[in-house]
Each structure stands twice: as C-alpha cells, then as structure tokens.
Design a protein. Structure first.
Length: 268
C-alpha cells in the first residue's frame, strides 16, 4: 500500500474524532471566469460561472474545484461547499450549465467539462488567498468522470500554463471510461455497491490496473446507489432511466473519507 494511502487512513480516523471549532466563512460569492479553452483562444469575456465559498482570513488556503453531475448543481450545493470551506479550504463549485442555457446533459457527452475545470483552477490560482500548488478536483457522476480524466492525464491540453491539480476525488464515477488508464495523482473513488448507473466493478478493475494499487483509494459502500450523498433523492427516484437514492450512512462515511483524503494529499 502506498504511503499516501496509509496517511489517508490515519487522517480520516482523526477527522472522525476531531472536535475542533469550524472556522467562520465568508458569504458565498457568484464569480465568473473563462474556461481554459476560451482562455487559449484569447477570449476576454467570462463564459462560465461558479460559486465561491472561503474561510475567513488571508490564507494562503488549500482549495477545491467542485464539478457537478449531468443533472447540474445539486440542491445541497451550499451545504457541500460550506462543509468543505469549514474544513479550511476555498471551495469553488463550477456551474457548467447556466451560461450555456443547459438544464441537463445526461443523454450526451459533455466535452467542455474538462476545460471548465481547468478554467476554475486558473481562476483560483489568481486569488491571493489560495495556494495554487494545493488544489484538488472533486467530481460527482459526470463531474467525477472529469475528475478521473484529470487524474489520468499527465499534461492535459486544457491545462493553462504550468497549473496542475494535486489530487482528485470522484463520487460514483463512470470508471469504465478510463478502463486501464494510469492515474498519475492521488485519487479517491467513492461508489455504491448497488449503483446501476456507474458499476462499482468497473472502479475495482480500474484500481487493479494501477501498479500495486498505487495512487488510488477505492471505497465501496454496501447497498448504496447512485447519488448516495444527495438528500434530494431521500425516497429514491428513477430519472432518465437511472435509479438514484440517498443513503445517509454512506454519505456521512464518504464525508469523513473525503476530509481525510484532502488533508493527506493537499498537505505541504
């Protein structure tokens, strides 16, 4: 087992027991920025929007870029961002859809997602309170697909300048899209054993494809389905042919896993 995974286990255990005060937060801010593709084309007009939540203070803080599912921003977006900012990170939730007039992209491939993620990284890197060398990508379903793309590419074409994500976390990703890809940065994969949309077996194969399982922490939650951390699906719902259901136990465990992972991989 790699050193970073040992560290993740240790920090996750500490996070579960931690009683420290949550730092105060700045009010959520609507921001706009260019996707990386637009930046390369020298387009000055911001074409993507996002929601920025920061701990109070001058930093420099570690940061995360949050990437939504094919359904768009989740109903509990503010809660997710506030929780992560409460851990001491600047959180930027990217809204890929609003400025494009989209409602969902569940039946199509959404290719701009990678460029949007790197546009968000470039935006964060310009903030004086952010340490640009300690930024993670966190994705959900379609956004998790983007997070795995980030992890699998050493030098993605969408990356602006020398900026790189240091870690990636993927909630219920379509691991089959990466198949035998090598993941080059520490990656956390959280998925349900009963997920009919993005099968856990595909993620298990992806992990096995990594030399010695290095760089990957895979957690499979028994009985959990797709979108297991979204309270909007508390009663379960089939949408666009996909069964989605909230699982409180899995959601809380995933929160602890994520906190430990970020603390371990974004440490100096």
């Amino acid at each position: 087992m790699s050193n970073f995974l040992h560290k993740c286990f240790a920090v996750a255990a500490l996070a579960a027991l931690e009683l420290a005060q949550t730092p105060s937060l700045s009010a959520e801010e609507l921001v706009k920025f260019a996707s990386a593709a637009a930046s390369r084309q020298s387009e000055a007009k911001p074409d993507i929007q996002g929601y920025l939540t920061k701990p109070k203070g001058s930093g420099p803080f570690r940061a995360v870029v949050l990437l939504h599912s094919c359904l768009g921003l989740p109903a509990n977006r503010r809660s997710i961002a506030s929780t992560i900012a409460g851990w001491g990170y600047v959180a930027l939730f990217v809204d890929d859809f609003a400025t494009r007039g989209l409602k969902e992209t569940c039946a199509v491939d959404f290719s701009p997602a990678l460029s949007d993620a790197y546009g968000a990284l470039a935006f964060l890197a310009r903030l004086p309170e952010v340490d640009p060398t300690r930024v993670a990508a966190i994705g959900y379903s379609q956004g998790a697909d983007t997070a795995l793309q980030i992890a699998a590419s050493r030098s993605p074409a969408a990356a602006p300048g020398d900026l790189k994500f240091k870690a990636a976390a993927a909630f219920y990703p379509p691991c089959a899209n990466q198949a035998n890809a090598a993941l080059h940065i520490p990656t956390l994969i959280l998925i349900g054993a009963s997920d009919e949309v993005t099968p856990a077996a595909d993620c298990e194969r992806l992990k096995k494809a990594q030399p010695g399982g290095a760089n990957v922490r895979l957690v499979v939650y028994p009985s959990a389905a797709h979108l297991f951390d979204d309270p909007a699906f508390a009663d379960g719902k089939r949408l666009f042919g996909m069964w989605m259901q909230y699982d409180r136990s899995a959601a809380e465990q995933a929160k602890v896993e994520l906190r430990g992972f970020l603390a371990a991989t974004l440490a100096r």
